[in-house]
Design a protein around this ligand. Structure first.
Ligand SMILES: *[C@@H]1O[C@H](CO)[C@@H](O)[C@H](O)[C@H]1NC(C)=O
Ligand SMILES: *[C@@H]1O[C@H](CO)[C@@H](O)[C@H](O)[C@H]1NC(C)=O
Ligand SMILES: *[C@@H]1O[C@H](CO)[C@@H](O)[C@H](O)[C@H]1NC(C)=O
Ligand SMILES: *[C@@H]1O[C@H](CO)[C@@H](O)[C@H](O)[C@H]1NC(C)=O
Length: 815
């Protein structure tokens, strides 16, 4: 153990590291100073008091030298054997003196016998036995990331109990990328350290910074102490939200219902906590389309908010925004494509329409032009257009979306007056949509049908003696056309009837077709008329047709029967002579009467109205023959007077009476003798001769006439037979029909006489017999008005009377 002895004043000391320096002061007033580093091992020698105090060991022993401290501390012990001071226990300068420097131990060495007091100072020198230290192992700092550079954070200083060089000298902070260390001296000389933010922090990059602060002392070897500094970067809203995509694309069918989620957008915010919360919205300046959609501010779900319609808008562009609590935003774009669905039916519009169309329109006439649209696109908008197959029309496409409806056949209003043409337009979508449009097409009339009479020949009847203007008949025609084309007017066609124009007889009401008689008709003159009536429609040009109307005049019982025989003359008396020998059934005479009417009206019947002796004669009801019904006797009166009534069968019936004088006698003289009474006249005897001559002439004439008649009849029959043979001869015998007097109309007298002869009998034998009856069977004509001549003005139609009158079988007793 080397000892450095320092001799000098109190203020003299040298500082030698790693060397123990013991200074022994001169024993002035018994005072010695030593210097001792702290922390010397126990037993280490501090100093030798024998030398320094000049004492010897004996003295020490004898003087029972010992150490006295005022505070009783016993750091230093006395080795009396050696006379050395040794370290008695560990000496820690820091404990002993804290920061006081210099640090000394003071004690006394007391030696007795004699009492000696020696003061000893031991200066304890510092050694670097303490490292700097911090009161905590680590510090936690919270620094908001938005803190700007220059921000200061004070740190606790480290401590080092050592003094002087050995105490704390420097600090070091590691790493220093964000923070640097600043040592600040206070005005009072004390120092403190602070951390200064050098470059700004980013929580999002590094949320925690771990720093180490190391404090160094100046000892040798140097000691250090360190502390961990945890800097937690607090979040600041320094990050805007960021959308995951700059453009979102989505397609949505147009029938998407309200509330359908079509897309979910999201934005991320790197901030933390509340700064991380993002609200989504549509940009304010987005167009109205955004009202169709909704965005959920929290989830970012975009939903359909209204009815979409591809036909209105095919795509929407919506700007969206994400905003965090701090008001930082990001924008993005949403492109919404609407896809088409077949949701529109085709629409048929009629551009032009010809309605009605005339029935004579040629095929391929354009009736309507149509425009058909479908708002859908592609297949959904492709249209097929058609009409029912059974209609005489067809649809032709003239160009895209344009169609024409044309006639495909001839039309006839009279068959089908109108058509309901249903046009169907159908798109190709699936399912397809179809639209119907019905055109009610009217066919207009063309005058293509003439009026038609229900009968081509009609027959009308009118009774004679009609009043002029009387309606005879009504004809009717119909016309299948319509309107004016079917308005029928009736006209009487001009023709000649009996030498007069038809309009003199008839007129036709143009509107009603009623045929009127213009004059009164006489059946006995004309029995029928044939007129033509024309019906004409009101078309242009008009069409017409005609009908023949046969007008039959019907007979009326307007003519009484006319007695042809016996002739009723005013004056002369005609009498039939019946021989007294006449048998039962003797034909006295025959009343001949005609009726110019026809049918029943000319059907005559004969009755005996009055008779001198009713039991003697009868009249044939049908033939007017007066016959005896019993044997004539002598008792019968010579003069018989019969009144025969001739009645026709009309309603009411008309009649004529004739008086037949019959003379029952065998000879003329007898007759004549009787005649005076008969005629109640006497003068006729004077003229008898004249009458006889006259009678002779008449008989001759009658005979000739009869002969002519017979020959005529024969010729007639023979000719008839010839005709029969020619017409195969099979004709049945024409039955007798009495009213063949129908021929009466103006054919003359002779014919009427013949008629009587030829047809007047059912049995021709009788007729023959009558014609060839002997002239002995004579007729006596007695002129009642014997005093005057017989009036000769006989009506033309009664010529026959003249003829008959001049028959030779008559006696004209003209006095
Ligand atoms: C939309 O249309 C499709 C196809 O026609 C159909 O299958 C679907 O159900 C419809 N959706 C709605 C919401 O009507
Ligand atoms: C056409 O339709 C109308 C109205 O529905 C109807 O009155 C008429 O009878 C129809 N015509 C034909 C020929 O079907
Ligand atoms: C169009 O008419 C056709 C045939 O008359 C019919 O089958 C169809 O249902 C109608 N369509 C519409 C939309 O009325
Ligand atoms: C009358 O009609 C017929 C056909 O019914 C026709 O042949 C004739 O010419 C017409 N006569 C007149 C005068 O119109």
């Amino acid at each position: 153990m080397g000892v450095i002895c320092c001799v000098g004043g109190k203020n003299t000391f040298s500082w030698w590291p790693l060397l123990l320096c013991i200074c022994v002061a001169e024993i002035a007033l018994g005072q010695v100073r030593y210097s001792l580093p702290e922390e010397m091992a126990t037993g280490s020698v501090v100093g030798n008091i024998i030398q320094d105090l000049g004492l010897d060991i004996k003295r020490l022993k004898s003087g029972r030298a010992r150490i006295f401290t005022e505070d009783g501390s016993e750091y230093i012990g006395l080795n009396a054997d050696k006379g050395t001071l040794v370290v008695a226990k560990r000496i820690d300068r820091e404990e002993l003196c804290k920061q006081v420097s210099p640090c000394s131990l003071h004690f006394q060495i007391i030696i007795e016998n004699p009492m000696e007091l020696h003061r000893i100072d031991v200066e304890i020198t510092d050694i670097n036995d303490n490292a700097p230290f911090f009161s905590k192992k680590e510090y936690d700092f919270q620094v908001i990331e938005s803190a700007s550079p220059g921000a200061r954070y004070s740190l606790e200083s480290a401590k080092d109990p050592d003094v002087a060089h050995n105490t704390l000298q420097t600090y070091k902070l590691n790493p220093t990328d964000h923070f640097k260390l600043n040592v600040v001296s206070r005005p009072d000389g004390t120092k403190y350290i602070e951390m200064v933010l050098q470059t700004s922090l980013d929580r999002e990059k590094q949320e925690e910074h771990k720093l180490t602060l190391t404090a160094f002392d100046g000892g040798n070897p140097q000691k250090s102490g360190s502390v961990k500094i945890n800097v937690v970067v607090l979040d600041a809203n320094d990050n805007a939200p960021v959308f995951t995509q700059s453009v979102y694309r989505v397609t949505v069918p147009e029938n998407a219902s309200r509330g359908t989620v079509i897309l979910r957008v999201s934005a991320t915010d790197n901030d933390k906590g509340a700064n991380n919360e993002v609200a989504y919205s549509f940009s304010k300046h987005t167009d109205s389309a955004s009202s169709l959609f909704n965005i959920d501010p929290h989830t970012g779900e975009i939903t359909v908010n209204d009815v979409l319609d591809y036909e209105k808008a095919k795509r929407y562009e919506i700007d969206i925004e994400a905003t965090d609590k701090g008001g930082l935003t990001d924008t993005s774009k949403v492109l919404i494509e609407v896809t088409d669905l077949n949701d529109n039916a085709p629409v048929i519009s009629i551009i032009s329409l010809s309605n009605p169309i005339p029935e004579n329109s040629a095929a391929d006439t354009v009736i309507a032009m149509l425009n058909i649209k479908d708002l859908d696109s592609d297949k959904n908008g492709q249209i097929r257009c058609f009409i029912s197959k059974d209609l005489p029309f067809k649809i032709k496409s003239s160009s895209t979306n344009f169609y024409s409806l044309i006639s495909d056949d001839v039309l006839d209003r009279e068959t089908v007056p109108e058509y309901n043409i249903t046009i169907t337009a159908m798109d190709e979508g699936s399912p397809p949509f179809s639209t119907n449009k019905t055109i009610n097409l009217k066919i207009s009339d063309v005058n293509d049908n003439p009026p038609m009479f229900t009968q081509l020949l009609s027959t009308a009847f009118i009774t004679e003696n009609n009043s002029p203007g009387m309606s005879i008949h009504s004809i009717k025609a119909s016309d299948k056309d319509s309107g004016n084309n079917a308005r029928i007017s009736y006209f009487l066609e001009e023709s000649q009837l009996n030498g007069l124009s038809a309009s003199a007889y008839f007129s036709v009401n143009a509107e009603s077709g009623e045929i009127l008689a213009m004059r009164s008709f006489d059946y006995e003159q004309t029995k029928e008329f044939n007129i033509r009536v024309k019906a004409q429609d009101g078309g242009s040009p008009p069409l017409s047709s005609n009908v023949t109307v046969k007008i039959l005049i019907q007979d009326q019982n307007d003519n009484p029967p006319q007695v042809l025989y016996p002739v009723q003359t005013g004056g002369s008396l005609v009498a039939e002579m019946v021989p007294r020998s006449a048998d039962v059934g003797y034909l006295v005479t025959k009343v001949v009467a005609v009726d110019v009417d026809s049918g029943q009206n000319a059907w005559l019947s004969y009755k005996l109205q009055k008779a001198t002796d009713r039991a003697l004669f009868e009249v044939g009801l049908q033939n007017g023959e007066i016959r005896t019904i019993r044997q004539v006797t002598d008792k019968d009166a010579v003069k018989q007077r019969l009144t025969v009534i001739v009645e026709d069968n009309g309603q009411p019936s008309r009649s004529a009476t004739v008086i037949v004088n019959v003379v029952v006698a065998d000879s003329f003289p007898e007759v004549l003798s009787e005649f005076t009474d008969f005629t109640q006249d006497k003068e006729y005897n004077d003229n008898l001769t004249f009458y006889l001559v006259l009678a002779l002439a008449v008989v001759s004439f009658l005979f000739i006439t009869c002969l002519v008649v017979i020959i005529s009849v024969k010729i007639y029959r023979w000719r008839r037979e010839q005709v029969f043979y020619k017409s195969s001869g099979n004709l049945p015998v024409i039955p007798y029909y009495p009213p063949l007097y129908a021929d009466v109309g103006g054919t003359g007298t002779l014919k009427q006489a013949l008629s009587y002869e030829v047809y007047g009998t059912t049995d021709s034998r009788m007729s023959d017999m009558k014609c060839s009856r002997p002239f002995s069977q004579s007729t006596l004509t007695v002129d009642h008005s014997a005093t005057r001549t017989v009036p000769r003005q006989v009506p033309e139609s009664e010529n026959i009377l003249t003829e008959v009158r001049s028959s030779p079988s008559l006696f004209h007793l003209n006095p």
